[in-house]
Design a protein around this ligand. Structure first.
Ligand code: NAP
Length: 482
């Protein structure tokens, strides 16, 4: 990638210094064009341990810095993201593929967590507890857990790092981040900004390389007191198993299989608009993306027609080009999986109301697709498609919709549209998901708790709960005060 920006770094950031590495390098390719974006060092366990040591060394001073000062640095980072939003978006679109406008939206979303936790840093309150006798007092302190290791995926390469680092740093923890090898440049740009605004060396580290050895070093280290992971349920389980040896605290933000239920009494304009955002944003590559669209019998045909019309207006192409609203999928494996889901559904009787296969542009572009006649025996019902495919399931009554919606091992996000106030309460309470959108296609904001149930993991990011995962509770018992 040709950019004169100081944000485009082809080196890891360890202990406040940039490491180009002397060994092999990983080539990062643009998913839209196949061209080379750049190279990053292929680091392993030794360098990860070096980063952990730097984070451990920086921890005592960082945790004792007044919370307001940590907040000031987080706020400076928030402002730096907004100042450099165009360069950051260009880097993101080059390595990840999403349209520039969406990339800018992600930077704003990521920045919002930095601002939120800059403010929350000063509000880590403890407690005083009435003691068992008149000469005792009990105090509760909240203290940072220590060094945090963060492993993040490629689909939101800026925001998912900001969502972890902001509360960790606000709490007084230091961090070592392993971004996806597919999208390391957005993480390195964040490191460049952290350096620019004056985070002390070792507080914010980014290690690039193969996931195996880096993950192994992180999970086996006794200095790492907390692992925060966002990614697939498969890898999340593996990392949790590995973390048992050192009994680290673990936060897991894992895969979803979101139902999007449209009742016959819904406002269909709102439901279509909400679904377009939830389903096709980032080409359908989001964990909270609507994966199974359940539409009540009476409105099924009309809804399918209207959705196909709306999705037909999407403009597929290179996210760098003006007017493009849907970019490529991240890699060939993703294309294969998405086309496999479409083929499986079609071979079992589903019909495309729009699209139904690869896009004419070829490469990693998949045509926005709406499938009708979809049943629960098809792969789209049980697996995360992670692509621009909207499969429409038909249901008859509320109980049936809820049963289908809940019949999944994961429980991240769910959505439903209705104008019946009593149904709103009933359905919101019965859905087994960490986040529920009622007449809303979006559930991700810095002030709201983000996280799942069941095999979507545990822990919450954002909101007033977001710092809990990075704090230890210590009880101090004071005796003989009389
Ligand atoms: P993934 O394969 O689990 O990868 C996620 C991260 O884990 C990447 O940095 C990856 O590195 C790393 N990784 C892979 N194998 C590892 C190992 N053995 N040890 C240590 N790290 C390892 O997930 P993905 O397919 O890239 O991402 C999509 C998944 O993430 C979907 O299931 C999606 O639902 C989920 N997701 C969840 C949330 C949420 O908040 N709940 C948000 C976004 C995405 P490399 O990329 O370098 O291989």
């Amino acid at each position: 990638m040709r950019t004169g920006s100081f944000l485009f770094r082809e080196a890891a950031f360890i202990g406040g210094a940039w490491h180009s590495g002397s060994g092999p390098r990983i080539e990062v390719r643009n998913p839209a064009t196949g061209g080379t974006v750049g190279h990053v060092p292929d680091l392993g366990g030794a360098e990860t341990n070096q980063a952990i040591a730097a984070a451990a060394a920086a921890f005592p001073a960082w945790r004792t810095l007044p919370a307001g000062k940590r907040g000031e640095l987080l706020n400076a980072l928030h402002l730096a993201l907004l100042t450099h939003i165009d360069d950051l978006a260009a880097i993101m679109t080059a390595e990840q593929g999403k349209p520039l406008a969406e990339a800018r939206g992600e930077i704003q979303y990521g920045a919002s967590f930095l601002k939120w936790f800059a403010e929350e840093a000063r509000r880590v309150y403890g407690d005083t507890i009435p003691g068992p006798t008149s000469d005792r007092r009990i105090l509760v302190f909240k203290e940072p857990v220590g060094v945090v290791a963060a492993i993040t995926p490629w689909n939101f390469p800026n925001a998912l790092i900001a969502r972890k680092c902001a509360p960790a740093l606000a709490a007084g923890c230091t961090v070592v981040i392993k971004p996806s090898e597919l999208t390391p440049f957005s993480a390195l740009a964040l490191a460049a900004l952290a350096e620019e605004v004056g985070f002390p060396p070792g507080v914010f580290n980014v290690v690039t390389g193969q996931p195996g050895p880096i993950g192994e070093a992180m999970t086996s280290s006794r200095d790492v007191r907390k692992l925060s992971f966002t990614g697939s349920t498969r890898v999340g389980k593996l990392l949790m198993r590995r973390s048992t040896e050192t009994l680290k605290r673990v936060t897991l933000e894992l895969g979803g299989n979101a139902p999007f239920i449209v009742f016959a009494d819904a406002d269909l304009d709102q439901a279509i608009a909400g679904l377009m955002m939830s389903k096709f944003r980032n080409a359908g590559q989001a964990c909270v993306c609507a994966n199974r669209i359940l539409v009540q019998d009476e409105i099924y045909d009309e809804f399918a027609e209207r959705l196909a019309r709306a999705a037909g207006l999407l403009v597929v192409g290179d996210g760098m080009r003006a007017g493009v609203t849907i970019g490529p999928l991240i890699n060939d494996a993703a294309v294969e999986k998405v086309l496999g889901h479409i083929d499986d559904a079609r071979s079992r009787g589903a019909r495309p109301a729009l699209g139904g296969g690869a896009h004419v542009l070829g490469g990693r572009f998949v045509a926005p697709t709406v499938l009708t006649g979809v049943t629960t025996s098809m792969r789209v019902a049980s697996e995360e498609t992670f692509g621009p495919v909207a499969p429409l399931f038909r249901f008859h009554g509320e109980d049936e919709a809820i049963e289908i919606a809940n019949s999944t091992r994961v429980g991240l996000a769910a959505y439903f549209y209705t104008q019946d106030i009593r149904r709103s309460w009933r359905v919101a309470e019965r859905l087994e998901f960490g986040m529920v959108g009622l007449n809303s296609g979006s559930v991700s904001f810095e002030m709201a708790p983000f996280g799942g149930m069941k095999e979507s993991g545990f822990g919450r990011e954002g909101s007033k709960y977001g710092m809990d995962d990075y704090l230890n509770i210590k009880a101090v018992h004071i005796g003989h005060i009389n």
